[in-house]
Design a protein. Sequence first.
Lengths: 535, 539
Amino acid sequence: VSAVPAEGPQARDRDPRPESGRQDRPVSLLHPAGHQPSPPGGGTKPDYFDDLNLDQFVDEVIARSTHPEQTGALLYSPLADTDIIRFRQGVFGDLAEPVLRERARHVVRLLSNVRRRLHSLVETEDPHERQGWLLDAAATYCEAVDSLGDALRSGGVRSQGLTLLSETLSRYRHSGPYTDLASEVSARQEALGRIRYCVRISGRKVQVSRYDGQADYSQEVEEVFHRFQQGAASDYWVNYRLPPALGRVGSQILTQVATLHPDEFESLALFCERHHDFACEQMMLLEGELDFYLSYLDNVDPLVSAGLPFCYPTIADAGTDEEVVQTFDIALASKLIGAGQSVVLNDFRLEGAERIFVVTGPNQGGKTTFGRTFGQLHHLASLGCPVPGESATLGRQDRIFTHFQRDEGSAEPRGRLEDDLRRIRHILEKATSHSVIVINEAFASTTLDDGRFLGTAILHRLIALGARGVYVTFVDELASIGPQVVSVVSTVADDDAARRTFKIVRAPANGLAYAVALAEKYDLTYEQLKRTLER
Amino acid sequence: VKAHLLWRDGDVDFTVTTTHASINVEGPEASPRAQALMQDLQLQPVLDAMAQGDPALREVARRVMLDSLDDPAAIRYRQDVLADCMRNETVVRQMLAVATEAVTLDRKLTWWFKTPEAVLRRSVEALQLFVGLLRRLRAVADDHGESFASEGFTTLFASLRRELSDDYFAQVEEHLERLRFPDGVLISAHLGPGLKPSRYVLRSGPPARVPLKERLRLEPQTEYHWDLPPRDEAGSRALSELNGQAISMVAEAASQSARHISSFFVMLWIELAFYAACLNLLAHLRGLNRRVCFPEPQPPDSGKLHFQELGDTGLAIKNVAVVGNSADADGKPLVMITGANSGGKSTFLRSVGIAQVMMQAGMFVTAEAFTASAARRLFTHFIRDEDPTMTRGKLDEELNRMSAIADELIPGSLVLFNESFAATNEREGSEIAGQIVRALLDGGVRVLFVTHQYTLADALHYDLVHPKLFLRAERTPDGERTFKLVEGPPLRTSFGEDLYRRIGGWRSTPSGDGPRPAGAAGVDRRSRQAADGKAGTIP
């Protein structure tokens, strides 16, 4: 990776600049100079993604991205280096500002066009056509450089990454070769854009001439029959496809058009000779880097507009207190907001000896969601991304483990229990005191006695390990097993025991029984139905 | 030109296509709500009578009927058109015949060969045939327009006379001639990305004449031309491709024009088909000496429902002896129907439902008089199996269906319940149903509820908040069923009472018909308290 140079490589040969003595360091928006993320990629989806529903959220981000592979790899790879985390948080913070973001998005689109156009040069045979593509690409490139330069200069950037980029770009834009490129591009484009011509085909005879104001015939025909149109009009020549290359007749026609307009075409050929190598590599790499940030931000946009808080967490050492205010499950929130529903926010705090939340309470009351939220926060925080919450302090983690009940209905209960135990043993073997572990409804398929026995045994091992985590269970006794355990419960409304609040609060475990629970499951109690009708 | 016989402005959301000789209706499938209406109200016999064996007619009738109108003005608009059709049946069937011919022609618009030249040729051909049919349609407007009075028909005839003038037909013929391109094609273009031609536009105009000075090279050349060498196969292919592209623009315009005319006829066919189906049903009912009337639709929030001698249309069609019922539930958003099994409760509920559907389709109903608020949305929640087993799965299924209804409910809707939520013990079922009914009433939804659950009926009977009408399957003093419904409070479930009596040997017989015991309202309150207590937290 080379630096964004103060001059294009092509120009360096013929126009050495006196002030270019200073060598710029490589500018990456993904990590500060001298810090390489470790492990350097790998980029495969972690095992816990599906359990935490992070796959739903991350897949959406990847789907938005124009560089899905790079974006995916970045989102799959937690960082151990807090300097890189803070570096990315800074870039996110700058780009979250709407004006700068909109302009960065524009730059990404432009750079991706440049990339595709330069690519298509290789397979273009007609010399005029090739020249045309090169001019297009150069024009788009200049637009990208200028937009990004202007945006960064006026955008009040504060992050280390974007500040450095802004300085480098500003030097590049004032360099002679770049200003030369930019002014020539616009002169060529304007001249060619004015050309309009006519082709008449009659049998085997082809005639090329200047356009002379003849009327649009398709429109005439359409107008005659227009009165029968029943629905909205469809635009009828958009669908039809140009052949990929000009072909010989096309080349012949273009040659005649060039003969009709000799000056414009001569200048174009000269331009291409001088600027065939205009694009600088560092600039082109920015496309994918910016795209990573933008895809993430775009994907949380609907949540932010719905009023949900996001913050840049403070990353502390593992083992210090953790506290998150007003957080939520990012995947669930996307779904709820998409469906026009509201999202319940929760706080959590681990202090002193506390390590593990044991969650009990009514089903579908947000227990699993709480476990997922805890896991998601630790993953997203270690990417340097903004995370759900008004504020967050999280300990560093070396690995995340999850164990969720799998819906493999066909498996025999006994076989499934054995499978559960093996998987948890595997987790306990790999985990360290720095790990984050989320276990959800393990042993739900066993008897209460078995569940109590196994849950107690596992929880004791987790406590001995010292890892942080969430343990969701239907066995109330597990919630009071020791000072390392924090008992939290999903709650119901004070005035209506059938209405869930999805709030998870610190409280001793208390079993709840239900009468019209079935109706409630379908949102059909008086209160629920009335709300539905009032929406 | 547009036919507006079903809506003053608006179109159906389906269309028809033809294969061989048959016309097929295509479009989005009926919503679950509409499917439930079909099934629960047993609309099949009605549709059969409307179709008279024509599947396309049946399908049009089904879709239009299930797509209810809720604006009384829109309903009356259709009633007027239908009245016109009843007066001018011959003319209407004649128009339908023209439309059928056009719709069958539609096949000519589906091509196997997609070259622009072929598309253009077939389009011009189709346009020529359509023009013939349009002329015939205008002749009908000229000859019979005067005898139609409805807004729908007079608007249609006026626009046929205005839009399809003789001048217009002449203009069309001229264009059909020009579309053969005797002078070749002329295209203009810009230099697009990569200097490829962009923004092709087909131009009209005679070939440019090159001035003599230019031809003698005394002035700079402004045009170049060349002939393709005779054996240049690749060049000839490229040229015909370019020619095809040029023609494709106008071929698309021509074929779109043909499609425009075709879709006009399709719409006309669909709209006339619906009324033809109504005429079929009317003929069938009149053949059986059934009385029909145009109902009086009222705005959704007006709270109206009263009728005289309302019969089940489905049964009437099957020529079964039909009991007419009369009732006045104006201002009473809740109608509870209680009483003995097989006492005519379900039939009655269905007759109201079918009348409501037919009214909101703009049709007549089988009654002496029928006045009702149009429902913004009409739902049915019928027990699906007449022999409910006491399983959790069944109640689950019912709640699931109710939940789907709740998702779509809006104020001004009408929900017909038939023995709903009885698939559990009576106390639980009544609690669930009671909560649902109260929530619906408070939410501005009209409810007709058939139940044999005394606990539910009793609780709602003594609910003082909501005005309601209680109907009961009538029994003669000796216990015979008359299938007539009379106004009256719920009686203790006949089943328990019958059983109680059958077992016999009791010391004294409590009278279920007697005055309500003072504590009865309290029973309801107690049961709800018990439920609340159960739902509360247990420390």
